[in-house]
Write a protein that binds this ligand. Structure first.
Ligand code: G3I
Length: 381
């Protein structure tokens, strides 16, 4: 847990953790996990969090309260990750039962879980167009929305001040297909507060917690498509504007919900974007990493190999940039992935996606080995 550490100290020491080798849970070893770390006769596997720490960045994962109440999954998360992102607990629809009240019970449960398991906590998310409570649409107006947003940020960020590694202050504010010159999404926040809602949100979050790394999180900026390049350029344009006005934005989040069959897989344009972000003095967080594999392939082991190769390819690009300070998987086991919860198009053959480093029985998959290899190959921060 970060307490009393200021942001600069955190960034410098994030990788100073122990380099100890741990033996993964029995289930994982049955998967014949690769010999990692010190090698030796036994198949000793070094957890991803340790491999990351050795290079000065963090490895984390998203999880929900109910998923962490699943003992084998809790053990896996604690063994592999030292940064926890509550998937639901810090969103408006959970935090805000009414316009006047806050319910921190789930957020505090996550904070205590992180503390008890020596994990850092990443807040997701303060201002998003989605996951708003049912009362919001009928209550928020152009007259009250700015105060509603400011009160939310001040109350929530103050409640967790000094205890958050980072916050996604803004989530998914870009949508160039809404045809605004600034590339912003014509969201309810933009309609009710105006385009300066982004600056206002960051300034309020910084005032409430000067220690947290403040982040703008986006999706669809990873591959080599025209749409992704347009979104990256809009992102850069907005970030430059904010930096010009000394707005306290410290990092970008690249959600990285990727497609293993994507013909325009991240490459040179994406890499150039990472350089441009780094040159602005911003840090990079891969914030929601998973790989959907929609290919019509009946052999799930082969599908897992394909996903693994893509993991290594992608992380090799991202981790070459020393401004990358954290890699966060959106879930850790295929047992708990949003991709199989009906939140996007299912595979045509109805088979579940295999997007994460561990299978549904908490066994390490080829993706885990690929991520481990990428971490081992990464230059130190
Ligand atoms: O737990 C309840 C269940 O009791 C109920 O029967 C069911 C049907 O109403 O809903 C369940 O809660 C759902 C929850 O996921 C747990 O599955 C919520 O309705 C549903 O809205 C929620 O969706 C989450 C979504 O964000 C909205 O908060 C997804 O799990 C979560 O993976 C997704 O994550 C987002 C990131 O925050 C932002 N980036 C994209 C990413 C994927 O969409």
């Amino acid at each position: 847990m970060i307490e009393g550490l200021n942001r600069r100290v955190f960034l410098k020491t994030a990788g100073a953790g122990a380099a100890g080798c741990l033996v993964l849970g029995q289930a994982s070893l049955q998967a014949g996990t690769a010999r990692m770390g010190s090698g030796g006769d036994d198949p000793v596997s070094t957890p991803l969090k340790t491999l990351a720490e050795q290079k000065g960045f963090l490895y984390g994962c998203e999880a929900t309260l109910s998923e962490l109440s699943d003992p084998p999954y809790k053990a896996l998360v604690v063994s592999q990750a030292d940064l926890l992102v509550p998937g639901l607990a810090l969103k408006w629809d959970v935090l805000r039962p009414t316009p006047e009240t806050f319910d921190f019970s789930q957020g505090d449960w996550n904070l205590n879980f992180a503390r008890q398991n020596n994990m850092k906590l990443r807040g997701h998310t303060l201002v998003w167009w989605d996951a708003l409570p049912k009362w919001f649409k009928g209550y928020a107006t152009q007259q009250n929305a700015k105060q509603l947003m400011l009160n939310h940020i001040n109350t929530v960020v103050t409640h967790y001040a000094g205890k958050m590694q980072s916050w996604d202050v803004i989530n998914e504010a870009l949508l160039p297909t809404d045809n605004r010159s600034d590339g912003l999404r014509n969201s309810i926040w933009l309609q009710l507060v105006g385009p300066d809602f982004i600056e206002t949100a960051f300034r309020a979050a910084a005032a409430a917690d000067p220690q947290a790394i403040l982040c703008w999180n986006e999706y669809g900026i990873e591959n080599e498509s025209d749409a992704a390049e347009t979104k990256r350029q809009a992102f850069l344009q907005n970030l430059r504007e904010l930096r010009k006005r000394n707005v306290p934005v410290h990092a970008i989040g690249i959600q990285s919900h990727l497609d293993a069959t994507d013909p325009k897989f991240p490459g040179e344009q994406f890499n150039r974007f990472l350089h441009q972000v780094s040159d602005m003095g911003l840090k990079i967080i891969v914030s929601e990493l998973d790989f959907a594999d929609g290919a019509p392939d009946p052999d799930v082991n082969h599908r897992s190999q394909v996903v693994a190769a893509k993991y290594q390819q992608y992380l090799d690009i991202v981790l070459k940039h020393r401004s990358t300070i954290a890699i966060v998987s959106w879930g850790l086991s295929d047992k708990h992935t949003w991709l199989n919860n009906g939140y996007r198009f299912p595979r045509k053959d109805g088979a579940p996606f295999v997007p994460l480093p561990f299978d549904a029985n908490m066994n390490a998959k080829p993706a885990w080995q690929a991520i481990a290899r990428s971490f081992e190959n990464a230059p130190p921060r």
